[in-house]
Design a protein. Structure first.
Lengths: 388, 388
C-alpha cells in the first residue's frame, strides 16, 4: 500500500533530502561539515527573515522551547503566556517547571488571542507606559510567550500585531513557530519577534530531531544576564559555536546534511512561492471541507499550515482517522487532549503536494460515506481542484 | 576519494541502517512506529544488559547527561565526580550549572581512577559505614559520576570494581558509557550501574542525535523525589511514555528506525561476538603502534573502543591528522583540550572493520614517513595482521 503523510509533523521528506541523509556519515569537526553548517546558517536566516544568528539544537522543538525559558529568564522574573491550545499550554508548563510566575491568557480552543489583551496586561503591570500597577506590586513582565500556528487547533495568531505591542516594552516577544516556519509567512525582524522557535519536521521538510532559535539584540541582552540553570541548551555556548561554524556538542550530523538539502528548495523555488503554494493548498482544503458541509474548527483564525475540521455529528472521529490510515494508507491527524475524537487535521505544509491532498480528500469522502455521512460524493475533490 | 571514518564518534553507519533511515518517514503516533519502539526497547535492554527500562532522548549524549543530574538530584545534594578527561569534566560542569556541590577526583589524563579513592571518600563522608565525618559536616553523597571509556584519553575505567564499592552505600552510581555501549562489555545490572548513559553515534552505529539512559530501582527512587528543574529530559515523563511504547515529545523518528536496524546486528552476530571483534581490532591497533615504536597514551588503562597514541617528538600532530584526512581520506581524531596536537586517536568500535583499520595504519605509516618519522615501513600493518 502506498502511504500518504498529511499530518502536521512529521511531514513528508523529499527524496533528495532522504538521499543526502543516506550518504556515508562524516565527522562534525571537519572543514567539510563546517561548510555545510555555514550554508545552513545563511539559508536559515533567509527562511526566518532575520539578520541575527539562528541557533541549531539536536532535539525536538520542545527542547528549544525549554532553552528559551531557561536562557532568557531569572528566578523572580514574570511572564505572560498565551494559552490557545496544547502548545501554548506547554509554555506555561515550562514556566512552572522553572518556577517562573506567569499571567496566563487563556483563549478558547479554536480562537486566536486578541492582541489588545496583551497590551492591557503589559500596561497594567507597568511594562508599558503609563506605569499603572493593578493589584499587589509585581515585577515587570520580562517575556510574552505565544504560538504562531497552534497545531492542536489549526489557529493562526496575529504575531505582527502582537509584535507592535511588545516592541516598545521591556519585555521580549517569544514565538513558538514550530508549525509555522517555512509553512506560513514569518518576518522575524520586521515583526519584532525576539525569539523565534522552530522545528525540523514541519515546513522545513526534514525528519524530527532538530530545533532552532533566532535571537534579537534585546533577547541577547536578556540571555547575558539570565540566571536560570541550563547546559545542553545554553544559548551562549551555541552562539559562540555557530559564529565559528561549529556546535558545542556532537550535532545530529545527517539531519543537518538533510536540512542543507531541504533549504535549497526554498532558494530554488523562492520563499514567497513556497508559501503561496501552501496558502493555495490550504484554501483548497477549506473549500473542500465546506463543499462537504463539514465545519472548520477555527473559521475566524485558520492557519494555512494545518486545517482543523469538526468531526460531523454521529461519526466516530478516532475511527475515521484510523480507517483512513490503516485501510487506505492516508495519514491525517486526529484531535489532541480535549479535542480527541472531535476534530481531524490535515496539514498543508512542507512537501505536501496538491496530488497528495486530492488523494486525502478523496479518501476522506470514501470513509465518511462508508461511515454513513450524507453528502454528494466528489464535491470535496471538485472544490479543491477548482480552488487551484 | 573514498573516505574512511575511524573517529571515536560519529562512527561509520552500515548501509542497511542508512537505507532504513532513507525510507519515507512515518508518523510517530501510529501502531507501526509503536512496534518499532517496542523492538528497540527490548534490544537496547539486551545491549545494556539490564532488565530495567532504557529511556530514549532525541539529543546528543550531553543532553542525557544533563537529564541525569537534574532527574536524580535536589538542591543541597552532594556528589563525587571522577574527572579523568574532558568527559569526566563535563559531569562537573553539569553539577556546577545546577548548583550541586561535588568532590572532584582529578585523575591525570591517561590514567584511570583508583576505585579505592571513591571508597575512601564515601566512607569519610558517612555514605558508607563507619559514619566518620571528616571536616565540616556535609550531607551524604547522593551520586558518584564517572566515565567508562574516556574518549578524550582512550582510558577505560573499572566500573565493575566501582560498582561493588557504591552498591552498599546510599549513593547511586552514574556511568557515562557514551563511547562504551556496544563497543566494550557493560553489565549494567550485574555491575550495579544505577544510571548508564549512552549515545547513538558510537558503538550503536547510527548517526548522532539519540541518547539513552537506563535506570535502576535505586535510581528511580531518587528520580521520584528529585527537586532540580527539568522538562524536556524528564525521566518520569519518558518512563511513563516508554512503558506504553510511546515518547512524550516528537522523537527523532528516522534515527529510531535506523537504530532498530542497527540493533539487529547485535542480535544476528551476538553481543559477545561483536565485542570480541572490537577487542581483537583494538589489540591489533595497539600492536601496530608498538611495532611503529609509537607510545600509547594510556598503556596501563587502555580502552578497546578507542586507542590514544602519543604524537612522536618532532611531528606536528595537527598536521598529521589533517593530512591523513584531506590527502588520503582517512579520518582519525586528534587530541582535545590540553592534548591538542599531542595525541591522535583511532576508534575500534561500531562498524569499523579490520580492512578499514589496515587502510588507516597503512596511511598513518605513509604520512608519518613523509613527515620525517623513521621506522621500517610496513611493520605496523604487519603487526595488525598478525594479531588478527
Amino acid at each position: 500500500m502506498k502511504n500518504y503523510l498529511l499530518t502536521p509533523g512529521p511531514t513528508p521528506v523529499p527524496k533528495e533530502v532522504l538521499d543526502a541523509m543516506a550518504r556515508p556519515i562524516i565527522h562534525h569537526r571537519t572543514p567539510q561539515f563546517q561548510t555545510i553548517l555555514k550554508e545552513v546558517e545563511a539559508d536559515l536566516k533567509h527562511v526566518f527573515q532575520t539578520k541575527n544568528n539562528v541557533l541549531i539544537f539536536s532535539s525536538s522543538g520542545t527542547g528549544a522551547m525549554e532553552g528559551t525559558v531557561t536562557n532568557l529568564l531569572s528566578p523572580g522574573d514574570k511572564a505572560i503566556v498565551v494559552r490557545a491550545g496544547k502548545f501554548g499550554e506547554r509554555w506555561g508548563e515550562l514556566c512552572d517547571a522553572y518556577g517562573i510566575e506567569f499571567i496566563p491568557i487563556d483563549v478558547e480552543w479554536g480562537k486566536a488571542v486578541d492582541p489588545e489583551v496583551i497590551k492591557k496586561i503589559l500596561t497594567e503591570k507597568g511594562t508599558l507606559p503609563p506605569q499603572k500597577l493593578a493589584g499587589p506590586p509585581m515585577a515587570e513582565i520580562k517575556a510574552v510567550f505565544t504560538t504562531l500556528c497552534e497545531t492542536s487547533t489549526g489557529v493562526s495568531i496575529d504575531i505582527e500585531a502582537i509584535g507592535k505591542i511588545v516592541k516598545p516594552s521591556n519585555a521580549v516577544l517569544v514565538v513558538d513557530a514550530i508549525s509555522a516556519l517555512g509553512a506560513v509567512p514569518i518576518k522575524t525582524d520586521e515583526w519584532g519577534i525576539d525569539v523565534c522557535v522552530a522545528g525540523s519536521q514541519k515546513g522545513l521538510m526534514i525528519p524530527p530531531g532538530l530545533s532552532f532559535v533566532s535571537l534579537s539584540q534585546k533577547a541577547l541582552e536578556m540571555v547575558s544576564s539570565s540566571k536560570l540553570p541550563k547546559y545542553y541548551f545554553s544559548f551562549s555556548a551555541h552562539k559562540k559555536s555557530i559564529e565559528k561554524d561549529d556546535t558545542p556538542y556532537t550535532p545530529a550530523v545527517n539531519l543537518i546534511i538533510g536540512l542543507n538539502e531541504a533549504l535549497k528548495v526554498f532558494k530554488k523555488d523562492g520563499l514567497e512561492n513556497v508559501l503561496s503554494k501552501h496558502k493555495k493548498n490550504a484554501q483548497g482544503v477549506r473549500n473542500a471541507m465546506k463543499a462537504l458541509k463539514l465545519e472548520l474548527f477555527a473559521p475566524d483564525a485558520y492557519s494555512d499550515a494545518v486545517t482543523a475540521v469538526k468531526v460531523p455529528e454521529g461519526i466516530d472521529g478516532g475511527k475515521l482517522v484510523k480507517t483512513m490510515r490503516d485501510k487506505y494508507g492516508v495519514a491525517i491527524a486526529g484531535g489532541q487532549a480535549q479535542l480527541k475524537g472531535k476534530i481531524f487535521r490535515i496539514a498543508t505544509m512542507g512537501h505536501i503536494t496538491p496530488s497528495d491532498l486530492k488523494v486525502c480528500i478523496d479518501t476522506l469522502e470514501t470513509v465518511l460515506s462508508d461511515m454513513g455521512y450524507k453528502f454528494e460524493k466528489g464535491v470535496g475533490v471538485k472544490a479543491f481542484e477548482k480552488t487551484l
